[in-house]
Ligand binder design. Structure first.
Ligand SMILES: [Zn+2]
Ligand SMILES: [Zn+2]
Length: 340
């Protein structure tokens, strides 16, 4: 589907996924993802929701309408489980809490990133600049790439979590038995949730049916985000859910097959990275320019370009941890295949 056709197509409907469980699509402005699914769990005490949407009036209105279709309202929300701190998931959490008094829950690894990312970003921006030079970003693109994520800060109503949810914990949702599965990679504190009664996996951005989640190396991503992500894929094996409820695209069946596809995708990316180095391409930037993307490299701009280079870098880091390549530090760093 072309971008134009996609932006004209309507959002999916608010749906009752199972008795007492609803999916509410909330629009994301100017993104090809178009919407995030907020999942609403009915309880005797009021609704609990997983994720929220961006902090825009349109998103808040869509969430309010969706909750009304589910027979409830934003004011009645009791708890907000946030899968991770990206703006399309966490952005509206503060406003929902303000309207309802609900608690907001995050994994501690993502809670720890809030101040640097959304409140006092100048130090983080400096570290992004250093990393961009290390990855080989051309001088003329440096400033715009360094600031590429600043516009989205307006789409986040910063809120401290009231509840920290760790791996294996069961957040309070009366009548439900959700358990958290910590799946770092796409974000260091990403959480999936397992719902055993209906055998549902709420997968956030960790596993989507068609697109592969971006796993960028950046100053807040930890030492080996792609290695973390691949281990997090294994963590979901064997649950064998009847259906997967992702945060974008659409619900799907066949989780184990999708996990295998995602792992295979990254093995192919590793091969691309190694082939580039062996062909004499040595900076993360130039390696990224040689990798296959969904559109030509010269049409990948701004934040997307930074994400792509960060993705190349996360493959390099994972290969380094595996002992396959090494980084000769510099501006830019030079990557070498060991044993060649
Ligand atoms: Zn995300
Ligand atoms: Zn997302």
């Amino acid at each position: 589907m072309s971008v134009a056709a996609r932006s004209l197509s309507p959002l999916p409907p608010v749906e009752r996924v199972r008795p007492g469980l609803w999916s509410v699509p909330v629009p994301i402005p100017s993104s090809s993802l178009r919407y995030v699914f907020v999942y609403v769990f009915e309880t005797d005490a009021g609704p609990y929701i997983v994720d929220t949407g961006w902090n825009t009036d349109d998103a808040f209105a869509a969430l309010s309408d969706g909750l009304a279709q589910a027979g409830t309202s934003v004011e009645e929300v009791q708890g907000v489980l946030v899968t991770h701190i990206h703006p399309d998931h966490y952005g509206l959490a503060g406003r929902v809490r303000e309207a309802s008094g609900a608690w907001v829950a995050l994994h501690p690894a993502d809670a720890a990133l809030i101040t640097d990312r959304y409140e006092e970003p100048s130090d983080l921006l400096g570290r992004v600049g250093t990393l961009l030079r290390r990855m080989g970003a051309p001088a003329e693109e440096l400033a715009s790439l360094q600031n590429a994520s600043m516009p989205v800060r307006a789409l986040v109503d910063v809120v401290r979590p009231d509840v920290l949810v760790e791996d294996g914990q069961r957040p309070e949702l009366p009548g439900w038995d959700l358990s958290a599965i910590w799946t770092p990679g796409h974000s260091p504190g990403h959480l999936c949730f397992w719902e055993p009664a209906n055998r549902l996996m709420l997968a956030g951005d960790h596993v989507l049916p068609r697109i592969t989640p971006n796993i960028p190396f950046h100053p807040q991503a930890g030492a080996d985000p792609l290695g973390d992500f691949l281990r997090s894929l294994h963590k979901l094996e064997g649950y064998d859910p009847d259906e997967v409820l992702p945060a974008h695209e659409h619900r799907f069946v066949g989780l184990d097959a999708r996990l295998a596809e995602l792992a295979a995708h990254h093995e192919q990316r590793f091969a691309e990275v190694l082939a580039a180095i062996r062909a004499g391409v040595t900076s993360a930037w130039d390696i990224a320019a040689r990798m296959h993307w969904s559109r030509p490299w010269d049409r990948i701009e701004g934040f997307m370009r930074r994400a792509a280079v960060g993705e190349a870098m996360s493959h390099l880091r994972a290969l380094e941890v595996r002992g396959v390549v090494r980084e000769v530090m510099g501006e830019p760093s030079r990557w070498e295949v060991l044993g060649d």
